[in-house]
Ligand binder design. Structure first.
Ligand code: NAD
Length: 317
């Protein structure tokens, strides 16, 4: 099949597709030129990440298209139902990045409890003149071990995070819309396995009991954490959002940070992407990353090879 990977593809994914005999085009075509390009080259598979939009105009105007593939989880940039109605296959790779996102949550948590997000901002400015003052300011960190992690949304990423946290000695509780208690198996590097349970509580109970909250719900749009929910959290608790920008009310979050009720927040996703609110970016209590939860070499490799396998399966039907 002739495939256009418009938002890029990992070298291993590209090799897997080429090894299966597909023709891969890796040109980055501008959104407004996409219809002409697809029709001109008779592209059959359009692979995207989050940048390229695949709306009804493309679906209607490009009869050669048979498959739309999203490398990653969310398919907000694709008119999925419409495409399927028109007989196109729409595929994605929901599990490929769970470990990467979970590890980044741990990075944010580990960083925040030792003030790394603040220290990294201040050391270049004052590290040579105010060393002892900074040492004092950032010298009251805490450990993660023994602190309760509350996970809201206990699917693939939430469960991957629970396994990491459990290994660190953190009690883990969750709030998931359905199911629970959940039984997970942690596999250690030497192959030993340990089974443990995670209880499913109401959102309110998780907010009240946890020292750290991490949000991993699916679906866009719903504000899960506003002023009321932040108020329910323990004083001095931390919160991390790598799910969707809208899951936390950013104004309420900044207010909770400024009042000192919340000790720190980490955001990988923002209400206004790609132009997050300056007040959020400038708040020293926020540990920031630019939506890179899934952006590891390993996850991108898995995305590429999983897409290649799915395309092969469809091509053989
Ligand atoms: P998933 O579908 O495996 O799990 C989501 C879980 O949340 C499900 O168990 C569902 O029942 C639960 N849920 C949904 N709404 C809920 C609610 N209102 N209250 C309680 N539980 C609720 O999804 P996943 O693969 O774990 O991904 C989780 C989130 O992470 C998604 O929003 C996804 O877009 C996001 N994500 C972000 C990045 C990144 O780079 N930051 C990368 C991958 C995924």
């Amino acid at each position: 099949m002739r495939i256009l990977a418009n938002d890029g593809i990992s070298p291993s994914g590209a090799s897997a597709l080429q090894a299966s005999g597909h023709e891969l085009l890796e040109t980055k075509v501008a959104q407004e030129q996409l219809i002409n390009f697809i029709n001109d080259k008779k592209v059959e598979v359009l692979l995207v990440r989050s940048a390229t939009k695949v709306r009804t105009d493309i679906i209607d105007a490009c009869p050669s298209l048979k498959i739309i593939g999203r490398g990653g989880v969310g398919m907000d940039n694709i008119d999925v139902a419409y495409a399927r109605e028109k007989g196109l296959h729409v595929i994605n790779t929901p599990a490929a990045s769970s470990q990467s996102v979970a590890e980044m949550v741990l990075a944010h948590l580990s960083g925040m409890v030792r003030f790394l997000h603040q220290s990294n901002r201040q050391m270049p400015l004052e590290g040579d003149t105010q060393f002892n003052a900074l040492k004092k300011a950032y010298g009251k960190g805490i450990e993660l071990k023994g602190k309760t992690l509350g996970i809201i949304g206990f699917g693939r990423i939430g469960q991957a995070l629970a396994e990491i946290a459990y290994g660190l000695g953190m009690p883990v509780i969750c709030h998931n819309r359905s199911g629970g208690p959940f039984t997970l198996t942690k596999t250690f590097s030497d192959g030993q396995q340990l089974t443990f349970s995670v209880a499913n509580h109401s959102k309110e109970d998780v907010l009240k009991m946890a020292d750290f909250i991490s949000i991993h719900v699916s679906g866009a749009g719903e504000t899960l954490i506003g002023a009321a929910e932040l108020g329910m959290m323990k004083k001095g608790a931390f919160i991390v959002n790598t799910a969707r920008g809208g899951s936390i009310d950013e104004v309420a979050l900044l207010s909770a940070l400024e009042k000192g009720h919340i000790a720190g927040a980490a955001l990988d996703v923002f209400v206004d992407e790609p132009t997050p609110a300056v007040q959020v970016l400038m708040n020293g209590g926020v540990s920031l990353t630019p939506h890179i939860g899934a952006a590891t070499v390993e996850a991108q490799d898995r995305i590429g090879t999983e897409l290649a396998t799915l395309i092969d399966e469809i091509a053989q039907q």
